[in-house]
Ligand binder design. Structure first.
Ligand code: NDP
Ligand code: 8X3
Length: 250
């Protein structure tokens, strides 16, 4: 039977690759992001493979999140899988020089945005006694690295929320999974460095970083396990990476 997956941040990187991979695996998709033209292009791309419902909102805007989810047509309301993926790093500065605007963006998107979306979707899962929440954390949610301070704090928060969800939803028939990647080559570093493509490219030079598709395949694997199996916390690294600060570059 076809299921419904709701993916935040499906315009790029891990979210986009996950949408494409789940479409191949019998999922219809609610795809979210701010760049509606990319969401519409994805809908066209997946025509004939999966039904796609684009939903444009900024996860920082609590009212917009609530309205978008409350306004879903009846046939899209029974969400089986929520992929809480929207998020980014903004800046890479020592704490004493950090931009408070960057800090607010990361806290508002990576933590509060994830909570707004989750709060709107989880009650339906509880009512149906069915659902799977996949939270995209990070190796940065397990370790802290120089200048990673606030980004790392937001991903530690995602780690805690993942655990909290599993505890509170125990007994409600809902699975909760944390997917924690190390270095993945996406638009992530371009966003972190505010459009500086050269600086972003350097992050992935001299070794083979993970690709968004590597993470997408693992997400598909976790959501297609038998009903009694939960992959609770998955850490995925490129071969060259041993920790946040140890990457074997040529
Ligand atoms: P990308 O920059 O390629 O994708 C980020 C996605 O998040 C985009 O689709 C973007 O959509 C969406 N997004 C960002 N801000 C908002 C917002 N305010 N409202 C709605 N959507 C938003 O990066 P990745 O694919 O790499 O990142 C996806 C997740 O993976 C993030 O949570 C990131 O922290 C995590 N991660 C990434 C790693 C990496 O090395 N790349 C490693 C570990 C974790 P749009 O701009 O259209 O709104
Ligand atoms: C993204 C990976 O190492 O840039 O979460 O923090 S890293």
């Amino acid at each position: 039977m076809t299921k419904i997956a709701f993916i935040t941040g499906a315009t790029s990187g891990i979210g986009l690759a996950t949408a494409r991979d789940l479409a191949k695996n019998n999922y219809n998709l609610i795809v979210c992001g701010r760049r509606s033209e990319r969401l519409n292009a994805l809908k066209d791309e997946l025509k004939g493979q999966a039904e796609v419902y684009p939903l444009t909102f900024d996860v920082r805007d609590r009212e917009a999140v609530e309205e978008a989810i409350a306004g879903l047509p009846a046939k899209w309301q029974e969400i089986d899988v929520l992929v809480n993926n929207a998020g980014n790093a903004h800046g890479l500065d020592p704490i004493q020089e950090g931009s408070i605007d960057d800090w607010e963006a990361m806290i508002d998107i990576n933590v509060k945005g994830l909570l707004y979306v989750s709060r709107a979707i989880i009650p339906g899962m509880v009512e149906r006694r069915k659902g799977h929440i996949v939270n995209i954390g990070s190796l940065a949610g397990k370790e802290v690295y120089p200048r990673g301070n606030v980004y790392s704090a937001t991903k530690h928060a995602v780690d805690a929320l993942n655990k909290g969800m599993r505890i509170d939803l125990n007994g409600h028939g809902i699975k909760v999974t944390a997917i924690n990647p190390g270095l993945v080559e996406t638009e992530f570093s371009e966003v972190r460095f505010k459009g500086d493509k050269d600086r972003a490219g350097q992050v992935y030079q001299g070794y083979k970083a993970l690709e968004a598709e590597d993470i997408a395949e693992i997400i598909t694997f976790t959501v297609t396990r038998p009903p009694h199996v939960v992959m609770s916390d998955v850490l995925i690294l490129p071969l060259a990476q041993a920790s946040s600060t140890l990457v074997n570059k040529e």
